[in-house]
Write a protein that binds this ligand. Structure first.
Ligand SMILES: C[S@@+](CC[C@H](N)C(=O)[O-])C[C@H]1O[C@@H](n2cnc3c(N)ncnc32)[C@H](O)[C@@H]1O
Length: 269
């Protein structure tokens, strides 16, 4: 599978026809505003189905891999509008589960939140959401949502996930294209942070992507075993791991939704 297929943006027409009817609310979900924000952050529609956008994915890979610092590469990608991962809307399966009331209430964290669509989508009186990203530009883009009706139920922080120390724990953490974005040798630290940031019994939801037999990423490919290798030693138990039937068209077959419970034991916070 080529990187061109892995970080597509959603083709809205395809998405609309492939979604179950129960997700009709997605169609109402402020798409015009999301589209505007996405265009202003990248200067294009990020449609990787064209040669121009495919080149963008390759350029993104080059910038990232030639820039070894954690924030440096990402900030440069954001500054240059090299954001081929950006769907321009909330993640369909997250929104669907939110609408069905299947996302834990309380405090939620979305690390590597990018433009922040998912933060905005699940924030409300029943759930306060913190979105964090190491890129200043990503956070500036996300902050444009602060005037939304539910603006008091979320916040965006420009910070490095690996050095951040929250003052309060979380009931729920959602990871989508963050695990695949970090250097593989940081995955154990990622798992420790997930454990430390969650309340005992809290839920970690990992939308695992790209899961396939291809070589490469972007930025790195992942497998269910990669998650198990770092989460099992810390006592996380998988509640379910299923194919994500609601993946956007070009990610279909390369995503698995994992729901993990943090063990009930002392946090290190
Ligand atoms: C592939 S993008 C995914 C963004 C978003 N989750 C989405 O699906 O649109 C990965 C994001 O993680 C952010 N990131 C990378 N390393 C980070 C770190 N150490 N701490 C916080 N954010 C980080 C990048 O700036 C980028 O926005």
């Amino acid at each position: 599978m080529s990187s061109r297929l892995l970080f597509p943006t959603c083709n809205l027409r395809l998405l609309i026809t492939s979604l179950p009817s129960s997700s009709s609310a997605l169609l109402k979900f402020k798409i015009p505003r999301m589209e505007r924000a996405r265009k202003s952050s990248s200067g294009s529609t990020n449609d990787t189905s064209t040669p121009k956008s495919s080149a963008k994915v390759e350029k993104f890979q080059q910038v990232l891999h030639s820039n070894p610092t954690t924030d440096g590469g990402w900030q440069k990608c954001w500054e240059e509008g090299l954001t081929p991962w950006d769907l321009g809307q909330p993640t369909p399966v997250l929104l669907h589960l939110h609408e069905k009331g299947e996302i834990p209430q309380g405090r939620a964290l979305i690390p590597g939140c990018g433009t922040g669509y998912d933060v905005l989508a699940i924030a409300g009186p029943e759930r306060y959401v913190v979105g964090l990203d190491v890129s200043e530009t990503a956070i500036e883009n996300a902050l444009k949502f602060s005037s939304s009706a539910n603006g008091k139920y979320f916040e965006f922080l420009k910070t490095d996930f690996f050095t951040w120390h929250p003052t309060e724990l979380f009931d729920f953490i959602f990871d989508y294209t963050f695990f695949c974005a970090i250097e593989p040798d940081l995955r154990s630290s990622w798992a420790v942070k997930m454990r430390d940031f969650l309340k005992p019994g809290g839920e970690l939801m990992t939308l695992m992507f790209p899961v396939s037999n291809h070589e490469g990423g972007p930025p790195y490919k992942v497998s269910v075993a990669d998650y198990e290798d770092v989460l099992h030693p810390l006592g996380f138990k998988a509640i379910s791991i299923v194919d994500n039937d609601m993946a956007v068209a070009r990610r279909k077959g390369a995503e698995k939704l994992g729901r993990w419970k943090r063990p009930i034991c002392q946090s290190s916070l």
